[in-house]
Design a protein around this ligand. Structure first.
Ligand code: ATP
Ligand code: MG
Length: 267
């Protein structure tokens, strides 16, 4: 499938389209089966009119180019794409387990073992992306999918950039934004590393560490790195140290990279 997708032109006739898997800002995602090989994929259908309306042609092209170039067991594959008069279709690896967010909501919070497994997968994937000069910038539980064996897959490279092209844009949800992004300073790899700390906390406690009702308060708390650990659920001091390391002392001051964190996390 992967090598074929480069060689030939796909069209909707090559697929039997099944049930919807989810809805994004600009279209829907369906499970689909390649007619000849019976290979199951996810088809993301995006309406050209929407993309043109919001002038997102360049961003979408970048998302597609970046995701095609990334080949890692924890990065969702983009096998190829095609279009017709109204729509653009992305042929994606199918994540049978759906959103990690759903699993977190069902279980409330994860055990340290489980959180460590996910954080380790994420760390390896981000280290790989960073090695290829790609910064995701929108890591959040909704954009983390699970395959049929529960393996984590980073999806949705809509906000990602190649690091040579550092930008001053505001993007992503405030909860997951690193201080330098909230301040609108140029940002780099540290953004994804900092987000690892937020996710690590969210996995262990069930909600992000710096959430406030008003966006202005979230903003202030992110700037102060105002961190508190509730007494329940019980979390080991080692896990709390890791979150603190990532958020408070972490990446921004010490330049700790995902590669370093991969070494710290032993699962
Ligand atoms: P948003 O920016 O609002 O997150 P989006 O337009 O980027 O949306 P996606 O996040 O790519 O769209 O997809 C929307 C939803 O569809 C996902 O949150 C997920 O539930 C489901 N989905 C997307 N891709 C897949 C896939 N490959 N396998 C299974 N489910 C998927
Ligand atoms: Mg998404």
């Amino acid at each position: 499938m992967a090598s074929e997708s480069v060689k030939r032109d796909w069209s909707i006739k090559d697929f039997e389209v099944g049930r919807p898997l989810g809805k994004g800002k600009f279209g829907r995602v369906y499970v689909a089966r390649e007619t000849k090989t019976k290979y199951i994929v996810a088809l993301k259908v995006i309406f050209k009119e929407q993309i043109e309306k919001y002038k997102l042609q360049h961003q979408l092209k970048r998302e597609m180019a970046i995701q095609t170039s990334l080949l890692h067991p924890h990065v969702l594959r983009l096998y190829g794409w095609f279009h017709d008069a109204e729509r653009i279709f992305l042929i994606l690896e199918y994540a049978h387990g759906g959103e990690l967010y759903g699993e977190l909501q069902r279980s409330g919070h994860f055990s340290e073992q489980k959180a460590a497994t996910y954080i380790a997968s994420l760390t390896h994937a981000l280290a790989y992306c960073h090695e290829k000069n790609v910064i995701h910038r929108d890591i959040k539980p909704e954009n983390l999918l699970l395959d049929h064996e529960g393996r984590l897959k980073i999806a949705d490279f809509g906000w990602s950039v190649e690091s040579a092209n550092k930008r001053r844009t505001m993007c992503g949800m405030l909860d997951y934004l690193a201080p330098e992004m909230v301040e609108n300073r140029p940002h780099d790899y540290a953004v994804d590393n900092w987000t690892l700390g937020v996710l690590c906390y969210e996995f262990l406690y069930g909600s992000p560490p710096l959430r406030s009702r008003r966006q202005a308060d979230t903003f202030r708390r992110i700037m102060k790195v105002d961190l508190a650990f509730p007494s329940t659920p019980h979390v080991s001091s080692e896990a709390k140290d890791l979150v603190t390391l990532l958020l408070v002392e972490g990446t921004l001051q010490k330049g700790l990279s995902c590669e370093d964190l991969g070494g710290i996390l032993i699962v």
